[in-house]
Ligand binder design. Structure first.
Ligand code: AMP
Ligand code: ZN
Length: 122
């Protein structure tokens, strides 16, 4: 754990968050400043700076993390395919838009009126 890291602190319950999922390896919680009706952050509990730090030994847990993405999206309000769906975003580095230096997947979903290809909200 990095003692200066916001998401390490959330993963260790030192800072509160609206947690929607947790197991030994990962924690997922609502983004404090949501950019969509569903906006979760999925975080590994061990400190990893970003996708740029992933190595050849990281494939197994990274696959487990990615398998959680559709499950968490649909369990937390993303609408079913094909009309619904979700978006996963991982920012890395300053020019990549990363503000918190602990790997996280943004999971975004829900009706967005500005998306011309999306079905109208029910
Ligand atoms: P990124 O720009 O990819 O590093 O995303 C960081 C995200 O963390 C932003 O969307 C923030 O709104 C979110 N965030 C920052 N602090 C918190 C917090 N305490 N709890 C939940 N989300 C947070
Ligand atoms: Zn961390």
């Amino acid at each position: 754990m990095s003692h200066d890291c916001l998401f390490c602190k959330i993963a260790h319950h030192e800072i509160p968050a609206k947690v929607v999922f947790e197991d030994d390896e990962f924690i997922a919680f609502h983004d404090i400043n949501p950019a969509a009706p569903v906006h979760l952050l999925l975080v590994p509990k061990h400190h990893v700076g970003s996708l740029a730090d992933i190595g050849t030994n990281d494939g197994a847990w990274l696959a487990r993390m990615m398998q959680l993405v559709p499950r968490l999206a649909f369990e937390n309000g993303a609408n079913p395919l094909p009309a619904g769906g979700f978006r996963m975003v991982a920012n890395a580095g300053l020019e990549g838009g990363q503000e918190v230096d602990h790997l996280h997947f943004h999971i975004l979903g829900g009706a967005r009126p500005w998306n011309k290809r999306a079905a109208p909200a029910a």
